[in-house]
Structures are given as structure tokens and as C-alpha cells.
Design a protein around this ligand. Sequence first.
Ligand SMILES: *Cc1c(COP(=O)(O)O)cnc(C)c1O
Length: 713
Amino acid sequence: MTHFLTKTPNHFDLPRRIQRLGELAYNLWWTWNPYAQRLFNRMDNALWERLNHNPLVFLRKIGRAEINAAAQNPYYLELYDQVFADFDAYMKASDTWCARTYKDRCKIMVAYFSMEFGLHETLPIYSGGLGVLAGDHLKEASDLGLPLIGVGLMYAEGYFSQRISEDGWQEAINQPLNFDELPVLPVLDSKGNLLKISVDFPDRSVNACIWELRVGRVPLYLLDTDLDENSPNDRKLTARLYWSDIDLRIAQEILLGVGGVRAVRALGYNPAVWHMNEGHAAFLTLERARELVAAGLPFEQAIEKIKPNNVFTTHTPVPAGNDEFPLWLIDKNLANYWSQLGISRDQFVDLARNRQAWGETFSMPILALRLSEGRNAVSELHGRVSRHMWRFLWPDVEEDDVPITYVTNGVHTGTWMARRMRALFDKYLGPDWLERLDDPLLWNQVEQIPDQELWDVRLHLKRKLVFYVLERARQRWMKGGYHPVQAIASGVMLDPYVLTIGFARRFATYKRANLVLSDLERLLKLVNQPNYPVQIIFAGKAHPADEPGKLLIQEVYRIVKRAENGGRLVFLEDYDMNLARYLVQGVDVWMNNPRRPNEASGTSGMKAAMNGVLNFSVLDGWWREAYNGKNGWAIGQDADLEAGIQDEADAASLYDVLEKEIIPLYYNNRNAENVPLQWVARIKESLRTITPQFSTRRMVKEYVERLYLLASK
Ligand SMILES: *Cc1c(COP(=O)(O)O)cnc(C)c1O
């Protein structure tokens, strides 16, 4: 099993009896264990909430009286002992799935590279689904006992926080993070100095130090160029996630790929599998080839040797969405590389050449596809789309035989499932259900859960969401500079007993946040039906350089502000993992209507399903595989239509299903206790069919069985 290179600091002033809270604060294990969270929030819940669930800051700020009260409270101490018994058992476990299933072969090490990791709201080093998937992958690798290390970048400012102006315009707030307040520790060399690696550009070298972050048993290493010896421009390389300036962007990707491999070496690891989560990390292939060429192998042989160990996961179903660079930028940043590989510039460019109508580019996914033998898309349909999109790279084979398989995404159950849902499963599925999570037979037992109990949990979670929204609105209002209509737009008129639909994700135009608004008159009629009202909560950020995305937010916001929707259309600012948890746990229906087939997989609907929220979605990505006619609803058909026609057809379908199926099912057929029996039946069908299959438990096992084991041969 992997071990951590850094020592846990003990710089909290805590009584001996509860001293290990400091250790817990430095391992994200607490983020997916509700009882560990309780150790913090039981001491001072208001402070815990105010500090955005940051245990490091919490342990520094909490008052003496609260600490002493906890240290003397027998109930608290009992919880404390239980949590640390669980934590120690977890960290030391030798009977993990990986050890049981693969014995010695379980020692194979995987290095997982990603530009972003979504692990917790206090670590804003992610922008959306790609990062959350990477974070969930690490957590699951830890749960399964898979020897895996993560490699990424530590951003000085992180991804931006979002404010919406009165006129609906997105404002991006960038603030430096205080690393001292985050659970990251600098990796030191044997002399106690910062361990550094360097990456060579044609005109300079750039140094980076390495931060270690503990995700259960899995370490994540994050590179940081904000060092005195680097030029101001190079220090900015890790300032922000996804620079739109392509000069910074390519240097960032060189740092991740080349610097990442050098960091792995400097840390003393020798991975058998190199997994690239999206094309951003593809330069790692060149660095691995360079190592072998430097050791005396000819270039062709070096390439053949590295390919089998590389695994590449593509997430982008549209050619325009792919990461690629103009050739002049390649010359400027990588001219020193081809001589080190012993090849010409043309041979180098050939590795990733993409011919476009308007000229040639160096394509990161092509580089990754060419230099990896493990290649996968993230859903069945996305696999098909990817084989079509990239078939020109394999001109001699039929499209169906293009060697790109698929592993459908999943989500980490411990991270996304509400505590109250977990308690329900503890009671009706048996105390070891989380161990057997991906066993479909286990989930037949959801039928045993009494309708009333399940419905009570659902109502509880919706109330929790509404009260959270109200409290956020209050805090924002008290800060000042907030127009009253913005307070209304942010949800102060929400009603916890009304059918509530959630729509939250990045505001990329293909996700069509405005589809449900396309026939406003029809929508408002539904929203305002006196006995059957509906409320819709929107949330999401647009990339700061995505003008159409920001215009889409504005369009939605302007409609949300109108009086005639009765405060039932809502836009919540600053969508992040914390707000995502409240939403996927608290709404009744999770709506997703991307323009098919642009949603490679989508994952937020999986988070919703495990909490008893019903999906209402276009048959794209994962939902096409999950939908069985009884576990949610489909928008539109299982067919590829031209964009304009599709928009119209999907909007019509959306309104029809909402009006004729969803609203009546929610409000009608209630029993004497006011439980909507047919609705609850649908929830059970959704829990039963979706929770085991669309979990990272199933997903990471599939990566091991179908890609990692082959790659490590
Ligand atoms: C899960 C998640 C996403 C991804 O959602 P999609 O449905 O795949 O678009 C994006 N942002 C946050 C904060 C998430 O938690």
C-alpha cells in the first residue's frame, strides 16, 4: 500500500484526549465519513458552517470553552474513540478488495494525472465534472485499496467564486488561497529543504515544489511554481485553473505532463500504469519516451515500450472542444524536446498532427490516443461517438473496431449520499451494505423500506435544502450591495412542500439551461398552478472566457427576477461541491437537457439518484444506459437529430412529460398520511437500478479489470 511522505504536523492547541483531531484534519477521509464530520460540527456548528467546513481553520479558531466541553463530554469522547477506531482500521486494512482479489498483483502502482481534482469545497482546484470525477476516482481507489497516486497542480487562487450582478452578469472573484489553511503539506528532501523538480523550456527552466494531500490511503501530489527563483510569468503557471491565454495554457500542460513524471520519479515511485484523465496530461508520454531515449533506446523502441502502460480517458465528444495548440506555439515551447527524443521537428509534430480546414494544430487527445494502448470514453454512446470522431487515426479498420472502449462514469457514494439516506440503508440493507455497494442483488432490498420512512427522509432533505438557501440569502443580504430582487432570485420564496426541480451544472451552451424557458408562457402556467405548483432551482458557473455561457446565465437570471414567476424560479450563486451536495440531496427532480450527443457522460444525476431524487433527462451519456422507463423520465428520443430540430423536439417533450406525468405523479395518489405512493415506487426503482451501477465502486473496478491490469503486464 502507498505511504505518505510527509509527517502530520501537530500545531493545534488541543487537550491530549482529543489531540488526534489535528491528524484527522489532514486526511480527507473525514469528508466521506459523516461521524468524523460530527466530531467537528458537534463542537460548534455555527463556526463549522461559517468556515465552509474547513477543519484546519476550525481547530485554530474554536473557543477554549467549546474544546474543553467536548473533551469532557462522555458522549463526545465515545464518538471520538469510535471514529478513530474506524479511521485506524481503514488506514491499516490488509483485506481490501484489491488485496483479496489480486493478492500480489495488487502491488501494481497507478499514477493518475488530471488538471483538476474536485475533492471538497475548501479545495477549489476543480471547475466541474471532470475534476469531481478525478476526486471521486481517488477516494474510491482508497476505499478499494488500489495503490494509486494522483498528480496535478496546486493553484494559488483556485477556480473563481461567482457573483451575479443585479443585471445577471457573472462576476469572477479570484482570491489567493492560504495554503496554511488547507490540508496540504510540502514534500521535503532528506536535508529538510523543499523537494523541487524542474521542467526545461527552450529558453529557461521552471522549478516547482510539490504538495502532498491525503485522500484516505491515497496521496495526491500537486505541483506549484510559485517560487522565488521563477520569473513572475512562470510563477503564474499555477495561479489559476485553465488560463485562456494559450501561452500560459501550454506551459501549464507541459508542467503537468513533463513535470508530473519528474515529480513521480523524485518522490521515489515507479508506476506500472500511467492514467491520463483527459488530454491535458498527454505530454507525460513524451517525458516517459525521453527517459528511455536518454537511457540509450532508439525513439521508435522507446515509443513501443511506453505505450502499453499508458491509459487515456477522453471526455470530449465534440472536435471543437478538444485541447490543441497552433504549431508555432509548439516550436516556441518544445523545440528542445525533439532533439532529446532523437527525432526531427516534423516527426515530433506527426505524433499529434491534426489537419483542420484552416491549418494544422498539435492535438493533445491525438497525442494521447497514439501513445496509449488503453483508451476509453466515458459512456456507451460516447464510445460510439469517439470511435467515429477518431476513426481517421485508424484508417484500416472498420469504425466499430476503432480501439477505443468505454467505462461509464460513476460517483463516490460516501461523498454524495446524505447521512439520513445512509442510515436508512444501514437499517434495511444491512450494516455492511457499503462494502457490497456494487452488488445489484443487494439493492432489491430497497423494497423493504417502508414508503413512509423513505418519504420522511426525502421531505427532511428538501427542508434542509430550503433552509440552507434561506440562510445563504440572509448572509448575502447582510453583506450589503444586494438588490431586494436579487434576494428573491436567490430563493427566499422557496416552499419546502412544493415539487422542486434542480438544474445545476457548468453553463456551457450545449447544456441548454434555457431550454425549459423556451416557452415561458407554458412554463409559468405550470409553475403557478394553485394546487400543483412547481419550483425550479438553477445554479452554475460559466468559464470566465466563455461569453456565450455568461450570456446564458444572464438570460436565465433576467427571467428568474420577473415577478410573474412568484419567486419560484431561482438562481443560486457560486455552484460548488457544497451547494451541489445540498441540491442533489434536496430537490425532487434532477433535470438535465444537453444537446445530444454532447454530454459525454454527466455525473450529477447519479449523485441525485442515490439520494432518492428522480432523473428527468435527455437520453445522452449515462442516462441512456440507466433509464428503463420506470426509474425516472426521458426528455426527447433515443436518436440523433439536427441541432435546431432537436431543440424544438426536446422542449416540446420536456413540457409534455412535466405536465402530464411528473406533476400529477407528485401531487396525486397520496395515501392517508399524504405519501405519494407511486412517486415513492419510482424512487425505489431508481435507487435499486442506479446506485450500484453508477458508483465509482463499479467504475474503478472496471478500470482495474479492463485497463490497469492489461497495462501493467
Ligand atoms: C458533479 C458535479 C459536476 C458535474 O455535473 P454534470 O452533471 O456532469 O454536469 C459539476 N460541478 C460540481 C460542483 C459537481 O459536484
